[in-house]
Design a protein around this ligand. Structure first.
Ligand SMILES: Cc1cc2nc3c(=O)[nH]c(=O)nc-3n(C[C@H](O)[C@H](O)[C@H](O)COP(=O)(O)O)c2cc1C
Ligand SMILES: [Mn+2]
Length: 461
């Protein structure tokens, strides 16, 4: 079965996870609130005020249960499964055309204000939050794909936030030569493309090859109309344009992953759009960003995967079961069975120093703690952690540049934007296996009499 946004809508609907909204909804005044409320179901808006003929899909995935569905697995197996598939890559396959070329708009036909981009937060203007930006390193030809929020600034102009990662590394090279950076931005695809774009890897890692690995078949791509970048042939919409060299304008605010506005706004790059290609009945992709909404799901899986693959080999081998990214994305829970004294702390140091910049709170719990129940994690912290030994604060580290608690020595817009702050390790595990059974006894969880066989539903009236 092809994996595109259409097949994803079908899969969600078949699983009872999609609601079609037929009442008209205004993307600028109503959609943000509706998306923010829909934490359980995906929403397909079929009737948009001010944007006749358009439909828009949002909160798809709305949560980790939906993400597991996209990976055809369960929430418990999501991170281990995605972590394994992330290690696979498939080369892209170039095809001559595809549905994304149904409609080709150039010159004065290009009008971004006609796209039903929604206003996510109360302080904001319309943003395209679902665009995956394809760019290519001018020296090596290596492709990069990443999320970059796009503030609509005119019919052919957007602002963009490009934090100091791979796209920025490429942009730096173009700007040093005072040349515009060609970009093709695809909007609307299967969530595994979004997961691939949000994945952190080596600069050499081609996110479209990763998407192929996650999906289990090569991504099929077509050439752009106005530059030599390739884009998925079955995306809903593609914007082709140029990041103007060394131009900076005010950008922001925008609802960010931790539920704050003050995040990266300031003097940021500007893009001029030359061409739009799309399906004849293109469905727009809305992404509500914030804590525990869709944008956060696209972070949580790739973060969990990167941390999982990073820590599983610490000290040679870790008896690692699972990883959960906490709301706000600055906290990670590791579920493991420690074998040695100090092993959990060592693993948590890895969590705080992995390819992912966000984590500042790292918590380890045992295999008998259900990490998908926050109260169980809090229970473990309360009952298996002796703060004088098990909590360690590391001051003065580089933390995420959008963490408002940190000190910001260099403002956004340039290549050195960052913040400084503390990080904390919380070891909420019981004594390790090497301590023997006796040492673990006080931490054996009670089990109610009859637990294996007696079920409440059998006794309900
Ligand atoms: C919903 C969402 C929105 C994002 N928005 C931005 C953004 O506006 N600017 C940015 O630089 N990174 C953004 N990111 C993060 C990048 O996509 C992410 O760091 C990615 O790994 C960068 O890829 P790269 O390492 O290839 O540059 C966003 C991620 C998600 C999941
Ligand atoms: Mn990259």
């Amino acid at each position: 079965m092809p994996k595109d946004m259409r097949s994803w809508i079908g899969q969600l609907e078949a699983a009872g996870e999609l609601i079609r909204i037929v009442k008209p909804v205004h993307p600028h005044t109503q959609m943000g609130a509706l998306l923010y409320q829909s934490r359980e179901k995906g929403l397909l808006f079929e009737n948009l005020y001010g944007f006749p003929g358009w439909r828009s899909l949002g909160m798809a995935p709305a949560n980790l249960r939906h993400a597991a569905l996209a990976f055809d697995t369960t929430i418990e197996k999501l991170i281990p499964t995605a972590a394994e598939r992330t290690l696979k890559r498939r080369p892209v396959e170039l095809v001559s055309t595809g549905p994304v070329k149904d409609v080709i708009l150039t010159g004065d036909q290009v009008d971004l204000t006609k796209l039903p981009a929604h206003v996510a937060g109360s302080e904001e203007t319309p943003y395209i939050a679902s665009g995956l930006m394809v760019a290519r390193d001018p020296d090596s030809g290596i492709r990069n794909v990443a999320f970059h929020r796009l503030q609509i600034k005119g019919p052919r102009k957007t602002g963009a936030l490009i934090v100091p990662r791979h796209t920025r590394q490429i942009l730096n090279k173009y700007e040093a030569r005072n040349r515009p950076m060609p970009v093709s931005i695809f909007i609307g695809h299967h969530p595994l493309y979004y997961m691939a774009a949000a994945s952190t890897g080596a600069f050499e890692m081609d996110e479209l090859e990763l998407a192929g690995g996650l999906i289990g078949e090569s991504a099929k791509v077509v050439k752009s109309e106005t530059n030599d970048l390739e884009v998925p042939f079955d995306a809903e919409i593609v914007l082709e344009g140029r990041v103007l060299p060394n131009v900076r304008e005010d950008e922001g605010p925008f609802s960010e992953f931790h539920d704050y506005y003050v995040a990266g706004m300031g003097k940021n790059p500007v893009i001029e759009i030359d061409c739009i290609t799309m399906r004849h009945d293109a469905i727009f992709k809305a992404i509500q960003n914030g804590s525990e909404v869709e944008g956060c799901v696209f972070h949580k899986v790739p973060f969990g995967v990167a941390v999982y693959n990073h820590i599983k080999n610490i000290g040679g081998y870790v008896n690692l079961h699972n990883v959960l990214v906490l709301p706000g994305l600055f906290g990670i829970v590791v579920q493991m069975t420690p074998r040695f004294y100090g092993e959990a702390k060592q693993v948590l140091m890895g969590v705080l120093s992995s390819p992912i910049l966000h984590p500042k709170v790292a918590i380890a719990v045992d295999e008998d703690v259900n990490i998908f129940n926050y109260w169980e994690v809090l229970w473990a912290i309360n009952t298996r952690c002796n703060p004088q030994d098990d909590i360690v604060v590391i001051p003065g580290t580089r933390i995420h540049p959008m963490d408002p608690t940190g000190f910001e020595p260099v403002p956004p817009g340039g290549p050195y934007w960052h913040r400084i702050g503390g990080k904390v390790i919380i070891d909420a595990t019981k004594p390790p296996l090497c301590a023997g059974e006796q040492a673990g006894k006080p931490f054996q969880r009670l089990k109610p009499m009859g637990w294996e066989s007696v079920r409440l539903e059998d006794f309900l009236p």
